[in-house]
Design a protein around this ligand. Structure first.
Ligand SMILES: [Zn+2]
Length: 439
C-alpha cells in the first residue's frame, strides 16, 4: 500500500516554501530499527497508557517529519533525542516534527507518552486481554509497512496473578514500584509491526515439548476448556510443517491462545484461535483449517514476509496451501483434492462476478471476499499447480530453499520464482507471468 496523504497541519506550521509542498505518508523517508513500549493495559476496559521509544534511521536526505500510522491515542511529551518536539495527529497519520532535518543513514530516537482507548486491535474478555493485528492502534508504529521489520521490546505492567504471552522471549517478571508486575518480552529477530501482539491476564496454560519446539496452549475464554483435546493435532502439524519448511519453529516455541468467537490471527510467536471455529471444526472435521493455517504463518508470513501487501499471496496462499498439504499427509489424496476444490469454488465465485486478477495485482480489491479469493484461494491453487508442473522433489526442495534463504527477511514474488527455478532447473517465467504478474 502506498497512500500519499497531504497533512494540513504541516502546511499551517510550515515556515518555508519547500515544507509547504510537503506530502508525507507513514514511513516516508525513514525506517525503524526498534520499538520499545512500556504498556499498562486495563484488563477490564482495554484502555492503555504507556511510554514508547522508537529508534529510527533516515533513508533519504532532508527528512523533516516522521509520520506513523494514525490511531486514537493521545500523545504527549514527545522528544527527539533530547529535544522536545511537536506532534500532531490527524486521521491520516501521527506526525513528529524533527528539530532538524534527518539525513540518510543518520539515526534519531523518538520518545513520548501515550494514553487512550484503542479503536481496534485490543479485546478485553473473561479477565484477560488480547491484541490482534492492529498493533499500531495500541502503540505507535507503521501498520502497513510489512517490509520494515524491526525489533520489539514490550514491557507489560500486569496484576500479580496474570500470565502473558508476547513477541520473542520473556525475561523473568520484574517487580515495579506499584503493585503491578512487569513482564519483559523481547523479540529475538525483527518482525513486521502487524505481527506485534500480546495476550495477558487470567490465562490457564498447558505446555508440551515436541522435537521441533515447545507448544503452549492458553485458555482465554474463561470456560475451563480442555486445551489438550482441542489442540490434539497440533504436535503432528508442527512436525509436518517444520519438515516442509526445513526449519524448526522460530524460537523453538509457539503458543496458541484460545479466545471466544471466530478469531483467527497469527502474531510473532503465537496465534489467536477462536473457540467457535474449533467447535465448528469438531462437528465437521473435513472443513478444519485454523490450527494448521495459523501455525504455517510462523514460517510463511512471520519469518519470511511479503515486502509489501502486493505480495500478500506469499503469506496467505502459502498458509492456505499448507492446510491442503497437511490434509493430504494426514488423511490422504482425496482430502487434498477436496481442499483445493474449496479454493477453486471461491475463485470461480468471484470470477463469475467479473473479478479475477493475477496474484501480485497491485490494485484496490472491491471486497474482502474478492481479495481472499485471489490472495488465499488462487494462491493455494497456484502452488498446487506449480507442484504438479515441476514435480514433488523440486517443489518441496524449492520451498525449503526459499524459506531458509529468506528467514528473517522480506520477499517478493520474484524471490519465490528464483528459488523454484533454481530448484527445478527450469525457466518458469511463463507460468509466473500467467498466474502471478499478469501478462
Ligand atoms: Zn492467514
Amino acid at each position: 500500500m502506498n497512500r500519499r496523504v497531504l497533512l494540513p497541519v504541516l502546511l499551517a506550521a510550515a515556515t518555508n516554501a519547500e515544507a509547504q509542498s510537503t506530502t508525507i505518508a507513514p514511513g516516508d523517508g525513514f525506517e525503524v530499527e526498534r520499538y520499545a513500549v512500556a504498556l499498562r493495559p486495563d484488563l477490564e476496559t482495554a484502555a492503555v497508557s504507556g511510554t514508547e521509544t522508537i529508534d529510527v534511521r533516515g533513508t533519504s536526505d532532508r527528512v523533516t517529519h516522521l509520520a506513523f500510522s494514525a490511531n486514537a491515542l493521545r500523545i504527549a511529551d514527545a522528544m527527539v533525542d533530547a529535544t522536545p518536539v511537536q506532534v500532531s495527529s490527524t486521521t491520516d497519520a501521527i506526525v513528529f516534527t524533527l528539530p532538524q532535518a534527518l539525513r540518510k543513514g543518520r539515526k534519531v530516537t523518538l520518545r513520548f507518552r501515550f494514553e487512550g482507548t484503542p479503536a481496534r486491535g485490543l479485546t478485553a474478555v473473561a479477565g484477560s486481554i488480547y491484541a490482534s493485528y492492529f498493533a499500531c492502534d495500541w502503540m505507535v508504529c507503521l501498520q502497513d509497512a510489512p517490509g520494515d521489520k524491526a525489533h520489539l521490546a514490550l514491557d507489560l505492567f500486569l496484576p500479580a496473578d496474570a500470565q502473558s504471552v508476547g513477541v520473542g522471549r520473556a525475561s523473568p517478571a520484574a517487580t515495579s514500584a506499584d503493585p503491578l508486575v512487569i513482564h519483559r518480552w523481547r523479540s529475538t529477530r525483527p518482525y513486521s509491526p502487524y505481527l506485534y501482539a500480546f495476550a495477558a491476564g487470567r490465562l490457564p496454560r498447558q505446555a508440551i515439548a515436541t522435537a521441533h519446539g515447545e507448544l503452549v496452549y492458553f485458555d482465554g475464554t474463561g470456560s475451563n476448556a480442555d486445551l489438550a483435546a482441542l489442540f490434539a493435532e497440533a504436535p503432528a502439524i508442527t512436525a509436518f510443517l517444520a519438515n516442509k519448511a526445513g526449519m524448526p519453529l522460530p524460537d523453538r516455541r509457539y503458543a496458541q491462545v484460545l479466545v471466544p468467537g471466530r478469531e483467527a490471527q497469527e502474531s510473532a510467536g503465537f496465534s489467536l484461535i477462536g473457540q467457535s471455529e474449533l467447535d465448528r471444526e469438531r462437528d465437521d472435521p473435513s472443513s478444519a483449517w485454523i490450527i494448521a493455517h495459523e501455525m504455517a504463518h510462523q514460517w510463511w508470513g512471520n519469518l519470511v514476509t511479503c515486502a509489501t501487501w502486493q505480495d500478500f499471496w506469499l503469506n496467505e496462499g502459502m498458509a492456505t496451501f499448507m492446510v491442503a498439504a497437511w490434509k493430504e499427509h494426514s488423511a490422504g489424496d482425496a482430502a487434498y483434492r477436496q481442499e483445493l476444490d474449496v479454493a477453486r469454488r471461491r475463485v470461480e465465485q468471484v470470477r463469475e462476478l467479473g473479478f479475477d486478477k493475477p496474484l501480485a495485482w497491485d490494485g484496490e480489491y472491491p471486497s474482502l471476499r474478492a481479495r481472499r479469493a485471489v490472495q488465499y484461494s488462487k494462491g493455494a491453487l497456484f502452488l498446487a499447480h506449480l507442484r504438479e508442473t515441476i514435480g514433488e522433489v523440486a517443489f518441496w526442495n524449492g520451498l525449503r530453499r526459499f524459506t531458509r534463504q529468506h528467514a528473517r527477511k522480506t520477499v517478493t514474488s520474484k524471490d519465490f520464482q528464483n528459488a523454484m527455478e533454481r530448484s527445478s532447473g527450469r525457466d518458469l517465467s511463463a507460468t509466473f507471468a500467467e498466474w502471478v504478474y499478469g501478462k
